[in-house]
Write a protein that binds this ligand. Structure first.
Ligand code: ADP
Ligand code: DP6
Length: 328
């Protein structure tokens, strides 16, 4: 059991998929239908501290200093049970988390949130899991969280079972690469990723095509990353992102997370590219647009976007690092 005075805080960075995960073959264990690949971002992260404390009546979850309701707490409790089972712990937990990323807005709060929770639970329970084991646990909180255990370019290998479905770092991304995140709308979305992907798998006639083509995209992007071929990485990223949104549109009822300003941002990226600045867009389960670029071009890209978007809507990020413990 940990005392509050021993509480240790963990920071995990969000990640944005360049090759998307969209669909599960096992809902409970969160095993994906396809492997995915992401870039971890240093501008957005979550910090979480967990303490197991027998004097508590029940699990108590604060997010951004607000006591969370039963449903949100239940999600966290279920996840912590995985650690309690392993450590043979019965004590309730106090969880304090801060998101330095908008929650549930398609900016991957579930990835950094669940990875930070896994890291903090690992410390509080004294289980000392390896990063690979942590990735397996984080995955069971939210699929994309498996990738937030690591910095740089990270692949979540779909695996054959729970034991080998985890993320691996494939490149430190310590080269000239980053993202300009265009925050079109930071309000919580109406349809969660979890529900959106379920609906797509169940009803979209394009889903089989998505699975087939994403496997090819993954092989090609890994090759391009290995060669540090930025343009090739960007072209595959943009194409993969659009294919997943096409597949969502084919669902019944159709799913679209886009807003008019999402389209404006994509048009601007195409315009900048025509002007000779290599940059590429991708979108997730939300209206926000992420522009993959050379970090050295990010200032120029941001300046162009400032003609249409405000300063607060434009966040430049370099690659983030591995999940880590931070001192108060
Ligand atoms: P996003 O696009 O932000 O990832 P999702 O709908 O996929 O949105 O996930 C949001 C969910 O992730 C929240 O409802 C919550 O369950 C979980 N989450 C977000 N932040 C945290 C956190 N700091 N700690 C625990 N869970 C979190
Ligand atoms: C579009 O990992 O949030 O961002 O596993 O159900 O928690 P659950 O879903 P989540 O989905 C992420 C979807 C995505 C693509 C990606 O990050 O690969």
């Amino acid at each position: 059991m940990t005392k509050l005075s021993d509480t240790r805080k963990v920071r995990a960075y969000t990640n944005i998929a360049l090759i998307k995960y969209w669909g599960k073959r096992d809902d409970k264990l969160i095993l994906p239908t396809s492997s995915s690949l992401s870039l971890t971002l240093d501008a957005f992260y979550t910090e979480t501290a967990v303490s197991f404390d027998e004097s508590l009546e029940k699990d108590t979850f604060y997010l951004d200093d607000n006591l969370q309701d039963e449903a949100a707490t239940l999600k966290v409790s279920r996840f912590l049970n995985l650690f309690r089972e392993q450590a043979d712990l019965k004590a309730p937990a106090l969880i304090k988390s801060t998101n330095y990323v908008p929650t549930a807005a398609g900016l991957a709060s579930s990835a950094s949130g669940m990875a930070a929770l896994a890291g903090a639970a690992n410390l509080a329970s004294g289980l000392n899991f390896t990063p690979q084991e942590l990735s397996i646990f984080a995955r069971q909180g939210s699929g994309s969280a498996s990738r937030s255990v690591y910095g740089g370019f990270v692949e979540w290998q779909k695996g054959t079972s729970s034991a080998d479905s985890y993320a691996v770092k494939i490149d430190n991304a310590d080269w000239d690469i980053g993202m300009v995140v265009v925050v079109v709308n930071k309000n919580q979305k109406e349809l969660s990723s979890r529900e959106g992907m379920k609906q797509t798998v169940a009803t979209s006639p394009f889903y089989a095509g998505w699975i087939e083509s994403t496997a090819v995209d993954l092989v090609n992007i890994k090759k391009a990353i290995g060669q540090r071929d930025f343009e090739q990485v960007g072209e595959i990223t943009e194409s993969n992102g659009m294919k997943i949104h096409g597949t969502m549109l084919g669902a019944n009822p159709p799913i679209s997370y886009w807003e008019p300003d999402s389209v404006l941002a994509m048009q601007l990226v195409r315009k900048l590219r025509k002007q000779g600045i290599p940059c590429y867009f991708t979108m997730d389960a939300g209206p926000n647009v992420k522009v993959l670029c050379r970090l050295s071009d990010s200032k120029e890209i941001k300046t162009a976007f400032l003609n249409y978007f405000s300063e607060e809507q434009l966040i430049v990020s370099g690659p983030g690092s591995d999940l880590k413990e931070i001192t108060f």
